[in-house]
Design a protein around this ligand. Structure first.
Ligand code: FNR
Length: 366
């Protein structure tokens, strides 16, 4: 017996339902992390090391948590991050996320390894709905160039280069289940190896030779803002700024790549003081993903200087268990939590969030 959607009161509830109703291969692919899954475990736990220092007696009758991300106005500062193989969880695939995102005016990042084709996902958007593209860079740069320029011509508003995956991590839970049902949009179907789990089966085209030297080339082939997804240290944020890219995502790929990579929120606490010291905090937009499950997680990231956060698995689980209404409810729950917690912290707008509102002494870098 599956609980009704109205019995899901927070994002974790969707995960519990999904685990029971999803196919074994799909659950293994979505839920797994690399190696011993220590980074995966740490992602949400890291938010528990940060406490609030709320203000009192601030008028919070009206609360507005709209902001902008890469120039796009959004109702709430999170986006649906790129997660591959949507059809493993729902026969309709990523367009389910697109439709839910439209309803809530949330930005969706389209994965290179989507099950639906890129155009299907773009076509599922309506009106002024904004989508970004996540890029795995092909060894054959002419293929990559075509993909990027097509994305730009279709109106994509940001190019997220995944830089933490020169080789895909070993997700052993995923490797133990036989993978047979790839989506339609896979670039290397002629030589896929299905014995190593879903992730490895589809990733052999990714170029491990990608380097800083390639950034000017990307800047020459597109006018889309370029964002590096998967940055782990302040030195690389500085280099990103010097390279002229518009953003970074502090991320460990949902714990699926390097085990013992730190959580994005932990890295953020290292990065922002250095940028502020240089007066560089406004030269780049900083995003965080990994383990964001509560509006309080979003608020903590914004207090520490993030422009927005990405959320992955919760929407996959909501989509797999309940389809579009599930994803819409997950987004609504976040909005409800956001309104309440902005009030309780004593802030009526996003520009009031600042580092004095959090106690980060529990983090290793504070
Ligand atoms: C991902 N992620 C990811 N990232 C990326 O750049 N390209 C990709 O194809 C994928 N695919 C993917 C599949 C699945 C099933 C998951 C769970 C994740 C990483 C993703 O964009 C993001 O960094 C994390 O998912 C954020 O962590 P949470 O919100 O899932 O905890």
């Amino acid at each position: 017996r599956m609980p009704g959607l109205e019995q899901c009161y927070n994002l974790m509830d969707f995960e519990a339902v999904a685990k029971n109703v999803m196919k074994r291969t799909a659950w293994a692919y979505y839920s797994s992390g690399a190696d011993d899954e220590i980074t995966l475990r740490e992602n949400h736990a890291a938010f528990h090391k940060i406490w609030f220092r709320p203000r009192i007696l601030v008028d919070v009758e009206k609360v507005d948590f709209s902001t902008t991300m890469l120039g796009t106005k959004v109702d709430i500062p999170f986006y649906v991050t790129a997660t591959a193989l949507g059809k493993l969880g729902n026969p309709e695939g990523e367009v389910v996320l697109t439709r839910a995102a439209r309803k809530h005016k949330v930005i969706q990042m389209i994965p290179t390894l989507a099950s639906c084709s890129f155009d299907e996902i773009m076509d599922a958007a309506e009106g002024d709905q904004v989508q970004w593209m996540q890029l795995y860079v092909n060894k054959d740069r002419s293929i990559t160039k075509k993909i990027v320029q097509h994305a730009e011509s279709r109106g994509c508003k940001g190019l997220f280069l995944t830089v933490d995956a020169p080789q895909l991590g070993r997700r052993e839970k995923d490797m133990r289940t036989k993978f047979t049902e790839a989506g339609s949009n896979i670039q290397s179907s002629s030589q896929t190896d299905n014995s190593q789990g879903a992730a490895r089966a589809i990733s052999s085209f990714i170029d491990p030779g990608l380097s800083w030297k390639d950034i000017p080339w990307f800047q020459s082939i597109t006018k889309m803002p370029i964002i590096l997804k998967g940055v782990q240290r302040v030195e690389d944020v500085i280099r990103a700024i010097e390279s002229g890219v518009q953003g970074v995502v502090l991320s460990n790929h949902g714990g699926r790549q390097l085990d013992f990579a730190r959580s994005g929120i932990e890295v953020l606490a290292e990065v922002m003081p250095v940028l502020r010291e240089r007066g560089w905090e406004n030269r780049i937009e900083i995003f965080v993903d990994g383990g964001v499950r509560r509006a309080t997680d979003i608020i903590k990231a914004l207090c520490l200087g993030a422009k927005g956060v990405g959320i992955g698995r919760p929407f996959l689980y909501a989509m797999s268990a309940y389809g579009q209404p599930g994803v819409e409810r997950a987004m609504q729950l976040l909005k409800d939590e956001m309104e309440m917690n902005m009030r309780l912290i004593g802030c009526s707008s996003i520009d009031q969030l600042n580092p004095t509102l959090v106690d980060t002494r529990g983090l290793s870098a504070h």
